[in-house]
Design a protein around this ligand. Structure first.
Ligand code: ATP
Length: 338
């Protein structure tokens, strides 16, 4: 069953086209990342789904119910949507239990639901505490418990991890994913962090300048980006000019097999980890710069005709600036028509 469907969703702010003709379908129980650079329209999309903004055009369906259509705008509190914001937004004057109980509908045993939610988020002992008596990670879990307590059809999370420091972020991300899975919730989270989107989500929608350019699994998006813009935004990318001849493309790094047949001038996508370097005094490449990260290193190589290539290699490959190298590419590769 479909949890969210939107069709032809558009929103302008004056002359700014914040969201343009967005189509999105998300089955129940899935976790979708809405990924894009700052200002691309992610938050506006979330606010349209939540009902805080009125679309100029388009239809929205949540949990099988129409909430936006021409002449129809169901208010936020009637949409069966739970929100988790960047700044947690717990009510500061209510304790944890009252925060969680706040949106639970009448007729439901609130005490029991609060206990269930606190156990789900792994904080059974904090019911009586005030929000300021919790750590950032705990506040985020309580915010999630509060959003889940009314059992909404959809949970929306706006940059939920950006307020946490790097060390905490990793563990809270993982916890939030586990909690949502366990609750069987359908969720959309907004992020501009590609690693976060790829590592957490079941599906990723890439949004650039108000439009969704591709929706797919993290693997599809990274390995088979449908467009050059997606390839450039999701992960690191080298683009080399080439000429495609059916199943093969010829470029400065030789003849490489293509993922899909193509013909004529193209740009070839080479992810840095697809390029292998071999020290060789007769090699055509010259190491220009090395950034060492421990688990790997990013090596910038100058090639003939002014070309440059970034390669990620294993950390033990002993290279220094000025070294000459052979470059081979592990295909198949994706190419985009010029
Ligand atoms: P960020 O990652 O920086 O939060 P975003 O992808 O969430 O960005 P939005 O906040 O949706 O982007 O904004 C999309 C565009 O719409 C931007 O150009 C923004 O300036 C504009 N915008 C958003 N809200 C309003 C508003 N209320 N009035 C006018 N312009 C707005």
């Amino acid at each position: 069953m479909v949890a969210v469907r939107c069709q032809g969703l558009s929103k302008n702010f004056g002359r700014v086209r914040a969201v343009e003709n967005v189509n999105l379908t998300l089955p129940r129980g899935r976790f979708l990342a809405l990924l894009g650079p700052s200002g691309c329209g992610k938050t506006t999309t979330l606010r349209l789904l939540a009902g805080f903004e009125m679309p100029d055009q388009g239809e929205v369906e949540i949990g099988g119910r129409r909430v936006n259509a021409p002449g129809l705008h169901v208010p936020p509190e009637q949409r069966s949507v739970g929100m988790v914001f960047q700044e947690y937004a717990l009510f500061p004057h209510l304790n944890v239990a009252d925060n969680i109980a706040y949106g639970v509908p009448k007729g439901v045993d609130k005490k029991r639901r609060v206990a269930e939610m606190l156990s789900l988020v792994g904080l059974p002992e904090v019911a009586g505490r005030m929000p300021h008596e919790l750590s950032g990670g705990q506040q985020q879990r309580v915010a999630l418990a509060r959003a889940l307590a009314p059992q909404p059809a959809l949970i929306l999370l706006d940059e939920p991890f950006s307020n946490l420091d790097a060390a905490l972020r990793q563990s809270v991300r993982e916890e939030v994913r586990q909690i949502l899975r366990q609750a069987g919730a359908t969720a959309i989270f907004v992020t501009h962090d590609q690693e976060e989107a790829l590592s957490l989500a079941d599906e990723v929608a890439v949004m650039i300048e108000g439009a969704i350019l591709q929706v797919g699994s993290p693997q599809q998006l990274y390995l088979r980006p449908a467009r050059r813009e997606v390839a450039a935004f999701v992960g690191e990318a080298n683009f080399l000019a080439g000429v495609a001849h059916g199943p093969v493309v010829s470029c400065a790094l030789g003849d490489l097999p293509l993922v899909e047949t193509a013909h004529g001038p193209v740009e070839v996508l080479i992810r840095p980890e697809m390029a292998h370097l071999q020290p060789d005094p007769t090699g055509p490449g010259r190491v220009e710069r090395i950034s060492f990260f421990g688990h790997d290193q990013l090596v910038e190589v100058a090639l003939p005709a002014g070309l440059r290539l970034q390669a990620r290699t294993q950390p033990r490959l002993d290279l220094s600036p000025g070294a000459l190298v052979q470059v081979t590419v592990e295909g198949p590769v994706v190419a985009y028509a010029h």
